[in-house]
Design a protein around this ligand. Structure first.
Ligand SMILES: Nc1ncnc2c1ncn2[C@@H]1O[C@H](COP(=O)(O)OP(=O)(O)OP(=O)(O)O)[C@@H](O)[C@H]1O
Ligand SMILES: [Mg+2]
Length: 321
């Protein structure tokens, strides 16, 4: 992802941004400090309830912060919500298309709502339908769209007025793999054309594939923030070995933990997962250790660390449980 370069111009800036929903004692977002730069695809990665939607909600003026501040395109979102809305495009986690309107009208009236003239709105609506491969559906009811098409239409609508930043809240959740890939391509293309994007997701592959930088969140708190590559390096692990075996798995875990370079071991379904730095003769050593405790090895697989690994090391839990 080189074109165009990520700049050093902040588009989003938060300072101790906090949300406690009225009537609850849950701090949904807890003292969040982050800056997103123009040209970035920035990811908020975290499990259910991490506070991703609440963060996006505060930045898009839908949720009022309890404390702290947030600026989008240099505008204080709390002091000037209406002005902020002119500079943002939002695709929320739920379908917000207007069911009374056709596919084309959903775009056209968005332009009019943002103060564009009729001629320009017509032009842009038709162009966007073309770009997002929805021209065939222009006159159709939005009820006729598949999940992937509806999502594409929401993205088209969100960028209609050329926002400084596009917010995508779990844009590929629930989509089939093909629609997910199509949307990834759209995000990459929009970004290559200069669109800054804030993306929330609980799919680590999505964050890894698309984002220049990723903030890992859990329980409202920022746990780590860096490029996917740096986050993975920060684990200090080169290899993840999963050993599926029968026999005493606790014993197997203890034996594997003693291997050179092993940094953590945890139980997984029918086996043990081992994190290792330095992978020389690793498989031979793993199998010897397993045989040493009388475990019957059924399968050994190796993988590189992923953002899931980073999350596990930060929280002791899996991202998607
Ligand atoms: N309107 C609300 N009123 C009260 N509590 C809320 C509200 N919205 C969210 N919460 C709580 O705030 C916390 C953060 O929720 P949020 O929806 O921001 O998480 P998320 O990371 O977007 O999760 P998901 O992956 O499920 O979309 C959760 O504990 C949630 O139950
Ligand atoms: Mg959410």
């Amino acid at each position: 992802m080189t074109n165009p370069p990520v700049t050093s111009l902040p588009v989003i800036h938060t300072s101790d941004l906090t949300k406690v929903y009225a009537g609850t004692d849950v701090t949904a977002v807890d003292g969040l400090n982050l800056t997103v730069y123009q040209g970035e695809i920035f990811g908020l990665l975290g499990p259910n309830g991490a506070g991703k939607t609440t963060t996006a909600g505060m930045l898009t003026t839908r949720v009022l912060p309890s404390a702290g501040s947030a600026f989008v395109a240099g505008i204080d979102v709390v002091a000037q919500p209406n002005l902020t809305k002119q500079f943002i495009g939002v695709v929320s986690q739920v379908n917000t298309l207007d069911r009374q309107l056709s596919v084309w009208e959903n775009l056209y009236f968005h332009g009019r709502l943002f103060g564009m003239g009729a001629i320009e709105s017509r032009e842009v609506a038709s162009e966007l339908l073309e770009t997002f491969q929805l021209t065939r559906w222009a006159k159709a009811s939005v009820y006729a769209l598949s999940g992937g098409m509806a999502q594409r239409l929401m993205v088209a609508r969100a960028i209609f007025h050329r926002p400084a930043v596009l917010f995508l809240d779990e844009p590929t959740a629930g989509l089939d793999p093909q629609s997910r890939l199509a949307l990834w391509e759209i995000m990459k293309q929009l970004n290559a054309d200069g669109q800054t994007i804030l993306l929330t997701t609980h799919y680590m592959e999505e964050a890894e594939q698309l984002c220049h930088r990723v903030a890992i969140m859990d329980h409202g708190k920022l746990l780590a923030l860096d490029t996917p590559t740096n986050l993975k390096h920060s684990t200090g692990i080169d290899t993840i070995v999963t050993v599926k075996a029968t026999g005493d798995l606790n014993e197997l875990g203890r034996a594997l933990a003693l291997l050179d370079g092993a940094s953590s071991v945890r139980a997984v379904e029918r086996g043990v997962e081992l994190h290792v730095a330095g992978g020389e003769r690793l498989l031979t050593r793993v199998i010897a250790a397993a045989e040493g405790v009388g475990a019957q090895v059924q399968d050994v697989s190796v993988a590189e660390p992923s953002l899931e690994t980073v999350f596990i090391r930060l929280t002791g839990r899996e991202l998607r449980d």
